[in-house]
Design a protein around this ligand. Structure first.
Ligand SMILES: NC(=O)c1ccc[n+]([C@@H]2O[C@H](COP(=O)([O-])OP(=O)(O)OC[C@H]3O[C@@H](n4cnc5c(N)ncnc54)[C@H](O)[C@@H]3O)[C@@H](O)[C@H]2O)c1
Length: 223
């Protein structure tokens, strides 16, 4: 199975944020202990899967009682590496880039957007919430001075390859790519593409599947 950070399976890494959200809610409600069965029921998983996922964080449960909520929260945050907020820059301060730069919730997940860059002079020296927008020509100087490793790419698709190459030349090690373009970058660079259209395609396929089943079962009822 494909493994990611610290040798933990990628599907587990993808599930950990869901556990975290749930556990943070439990903590706010004053809940001190939680069982794998409760977590499994809430998230539609099997308890054995939940136990396996949690074991990757190094936390052990107590028989018949479960896990200490605050310990589990801390362990998940540590496992995900979110206890060390990572600075990132946004490149492309348009509709999407502005929304991402203004979103303060990323900090809860250890991502701090510290600056944005754009080629449009109308955007320079403006602010997206607490995030300043600078000319793209200043990006190297900024990265060198602030030791940033991650770039959030929100430029038009036809600019994505060239801009990402520039960012890699400036020393960025990871690109979170929102542009609909497969980037060709050196192997040492981590590239993660996020595409709402892909999520929507999955959603609509699931809806179609459900509707077909419904139509089929109403046909069966008619007989
Ligand atoms: N992944 C997703 O789910 C998703 C959702 C929406 C949009 N997008 C993509 O995100 C990108 C941005 O979309 P938008 O709606 O914000 O577009 P937009 O036109 O509002 O913003 C693009 C911004 O990039 C700037 N720009 C252009 N070339 C640049 C360069 N070389 N360097 C720096 N800045 C540059 C422009 O001046 C502009 O401010 C597009 O590629 C779009 O397809 C992806």
């Amino acid at each position: 199975m494909e493994t990611g950070y610290r040798g933990i399976p990628i599907p587990t890494i993808k599930r950990l944020p869901s556990y975290l959200r749930l556990l943070q809610g439990y903590r706010e409600q004053g809940m001190e202990m939680v069982s794998a069965t409760t977590l499994a029921e809430e998230l539609g998983l099997k308890p054995i899967q939940v136990r396996k996922d949690i074991s990757c964080t190094g936390i052990e449960g107590k028989p018949k009682v479960g896990f200490v909520v605050v310990n589990l929260i801390e362990a998940i945050i540590h496992t995900l590496g979110w206890d060390n907020a990572t600075d990132a820059i946004v490149v492309g301060a348009g509709h999407l880039g502005s929304a991402l730069a203004r979103y303060e919730g990323f900090e809860r997940y250890g991502l701090k957007i510290v600056a944005a860059f754009d080629v449009d002079p109308n955007k320079w020296d403006t602010w997206l919430g607490d995030v300043p927008v600078f000319p793209l020509s200043k990006v190297k100087e900024y990265i060198d001075r602030n030791h940033v490793n991650i770039g959030v790419l929100a430029v038009p698709a036809d600019q994505a390859q060239e801009t990402s190459e520039l960012l890699v030349e400036c020393g960025l090690l990871a690109i979170w790519n929102f542009a609909p373009k497969d980037l060709r970058l050196p192997d040492h660079v981590v590239v993660q593409r996020t595409d709402l259209a892909t999520s929507f395609a999955v959603l609509s396929a699931k809806v179609r599947q459900k509707m077909n089943k419904k139509e089929l079962s109403s046909e069966v009822d008619d007989w």
